[in-house]
Design a protein around this ligand. Structure first.
Ligand SMILES: [Zn+2]
Length: 338
């Protein structure tokens, strides 16, 4: 087996090791379940066609086929966006306010969506960090492979430690049932929805290409922005949310989004660009993707490749332009809860 295959197999094996990431995990945890990070009924159900959606695929065989670019691949809604990161009892109880009710302007619900997104990323990053570190002990590594692994393992464990700090902040809010520190913007829509996303980012550059924070290893604490789509009473919404401890970068990020809007940018284009570039956890409506022209598909894939390949490097202005006119949805209202 080649080095790349061994690496992928190790990652896969680690990703099957379920555990409960609930803030009060312990004795009361029961059976670990495969939880949807994008809700099956409320979110995937809204865009599924014949029980399927597209999701981004960046496995080795796809990357080989496309010379390093990820591709959307059909997947059944039962399998889309799942991860074994919580026990059944905790998942059912904790997330009932969002799994059983549409999103309202409600701090508790926003905190839960954000928490689910954080738990998924925590699970993925911890897995990557563990499997890369384990690979370092693999016999027969060339010095080049060892060097690459050392760098990659360091990068993943740094990302994991940075995220851990934020999970603790949300753990604290949920345990205390105090959501007053949550801030968010809700873009509401009554039109058709073709994309669902649940992700997070340490905002690096804004929509004008200005740096928000330096993601280099010397910066200890980074601000975190969470984003997700959610069903609402009248349709669906795209939400940007953060805790007040991340105010500095997140407020500037939102102000920059508003400035692009005043300068003539369409919010639908900006949020599509942002979702594709900053989140690998999407579900895409099949007929929407298939209806895009090849040139538009390639443009969207280039944005998704930013996320899939960290070696590409990020251009300061990656959020400034691109993906104009591809979204077939529109937002009718904005609620600013800052
Ligand atoms: Zn549990």
């Amino acid at each position: 087996m080649s080095f790349a295959n061994v690496h992928q197999a190790a990652m896969k094996q680690q990703s099957r090791k379920g555990r409960c990431l609930h803030f009060s995990d312990g004795l009361q945890c029961n059976e670990i379940i495969s939880a949807h990070s994008i809700q099956k009924r409320g979110q995937l159900g809204l865009i599924a066609e014949s029980g399927h959606v597209y999701r981004l695929n960046a496995d080795l065989s796809t990357l080989k086929e496309t010379e390093g670019k990820p591709l959307p691949k059909k997947i059944g809604v039962n399998r889309a966006s799942t991860f074994p990161g919580m026990c059944k009892q905790h998942d059912n109880k904790l997330f009932s306010p969002i799994d059983d009710h549409p999103l309202a302007i409600d701090h508790h619900q926003v905190a839960l969506y954000a928490y689910r997104s954080i738990c998924r990323e925590y699970f993925v990053k911890e897995n990557a960090s563990i499997s890369l570190t384990e690979m370092l002990g693999h016999p027969g590594l060339t010095s080049e492979q060892s060097q690459w692994l050392t760098g990659a393992a360091y990068g993943q464990s740094l990302g994991f430690e940075r995220l851990k700090r934020h999970k603790l902040i949300y753990d604290g809010c949920l345990a205390a049932n105090d959501f007053t520190g949550l801030k968010f913007i809700v873009f509401g829509s009554t039109s058709r929805c073709s994309l669902q996303a649940s992700g997070l980012i340490f905002p690096d550059f804004d929509f004008q290409g200005r740096q928000l924070q330096d993601l280099g290893p010397e910066t200890r604490d980074l601000d975190l922005l969470v984003f997700f789509t959610a069903p609402t009473e009248y349709g669906w919404a795209f939400i940007l949310a953060w805790h007040e401890s991340s105010d500095l970068s997140c407020q500037r990020f939102i102000n920059s989004l508003a400035k692009s809007g005043r300068d003539g940018g369409k919010i639908e284009d900006m949020l599509l660009r942002f979702s594709l570039a900053c989140c690998e956890n999407h579900a895409i409506r099949i007929s929407w993707w298939d209806s895009l022209l090849t040139v538009a598909k390639n443009q969207a894939i280039d944005f998704m490749a930013v996320m899939a390949d960290p070696t590409l490097g990020v251009r300061a202005d990656y959020l400034a332009t691109g993906c104009e006119g591809l979204a077939d949805w529109s937002f009718d209202n904005v609620r600013d809860v800052r």
